[in-house]
Design a protein around this ligand. Structure first.
Ligand SMILES: [Zn+2]
Ligand SMILES: [Zn+2]
Length: 331
């Protein structure tokens, strides 16, 4: 089969590799849609701590089961599925608490094991979630939506009336979409890119330019403020916009060595809650429900549907400006 392969740090190939074989407990999935994520670049640059070369990247993918390992039941050939990429140890303190995303030995398809930028992918049957008749490209948004729901779980409560999200990229938009399905109506995006703000407005969200007077008016006025940029300069301003008693979520991935200043007095006096969230925790089923509840318009999060070969080219450079979710698709 053909696959994108990370041979070593910074080295991307698109080539013929051995066809995958299903061992005990495994299935072979024919990949139909597989999304690029910021993490794929981190893995390539070995910034993520867990990169294991060589590895086939891709952890946001959906497809069809085409082969089963010996003696497997409960899965059928022809089943349409999405993959939960996380592989937890099941034994550490976090795992015993049900926090797979915080597993001390967390692995993932597309990070430590071969993933979804290939014609076929071998995964444990337990990693599969059926998608019924959902479009593959939409179903491949279930993994990023799972990460979003894990983040929302860390901060959501029914008193939230308004939200400010920094970064109108695919993750920011998915956060807003998930909050909307939970009844939050007043959502504002701040971004430096006008085209992205226009897109956010086309989804019915409000857009304001970074550094604008309009953004300034939101100071100390927002119940939930989210950084979905991963820019330390943005993360540093988060607290300024949170209303008294409100919450801030650090969702974007800042560089590991970045530092920001926060006044503990302010966190105390204005009773602020600051939260982080990492990855997803067995919430693909909830993600699929949220995607269904929002409806097919969510497909507009996907800006590019490319061949595997073209995705290899994107991974070895960077996405073109203005792109949202980029996927490799086959029909
Ligand atoms: Zn991802
Ligand atoms: Zn564990």
């Amino acid at each position: 089969m053909r696959a994108i392969n990370y041979l070593a740090r910074g080295e991307v190939t698109f080539d013929q590799v051995a066809d995958p074989i299903a061992g005990d407990g495994d299935v072979v999935v024919e990949v139909k849609a597989s999304g690029i994520c910021h993490t794929d670049f981190e893995v390539l640059n070995a910034n993520y701590g867990t990169s294991a070369f060589p590895v086939v990247p891709g952890h946001e993918y959906a497809g069809v089961v085409v082969d089963l390992g010996p003696g497997l039941s409960g899965v059928t050939v022809g089943q349409r599925v999405v993959v939960d990429p996380n592989i937890e140890c099941g034994a550490c303190r976090a795992c015993r608490r049900g926090w797979a995303h915080l597993c001390e030995r967390l692995g993932a398809y597309g990070v430590t094991e071969n993933g979804g930028f290939a014609e076929f992918s071998v995964v444990k049957a337990s990693a599969l979630q059926p998608i019924e008749d959902m479009d593959f490209s939409i179903a491949a948004l279930a993994e990023p939506m799972g990460c979003v729901l894990n983040g929302i779980e860390a901060v959501y409560d029914t008193t939230i009336e308004n939200t400010l999200i920094f970064g109108a990229g695919p993750m920011g938009l998915l956060i807003a979409i998930a909050l909307r399905t939970r009844g939050v109506t007043e959502m504002t995006f701040a971004d430096i890119d006008d085209a992205r703000l226009d897109l956010a407005e086309s989804f019915g969200f409000h857009g304001v330019a970074s550094e604008s007077a309009e953004l300034d008016k939101l100071r100390h006025g927002v119940d939930l403020v989210v950084d979905a940029t991963g820019a330390p300069s943005v993360a540093a301003k988060l607290v300024d916009y949170i209303a008294n008693g409100g919450k801030g979520l650090f969702f974007g991935v800042c560089p590991a060595d970045a530092r920001i200043e926060i006044s503990p007095f302010e966190v105390f006096r204005r009773q602020l809650t600051l939260a982080g969230s990492h990855s997803l925790n067995h919430n693909i089923p909830a993600a699929l429900e949220t995607i269904k509840a929002y409806g097919p318009d969510i497909a507009r999060i996907v800006s590019h549907q490319l061949s595997l070969q073209d995705v290899a080219a994107v991974l070895s450079s960077k996405p073109e400006p203005g792109s949202l979710k980029i996927q490799a698709v086959t029909d």
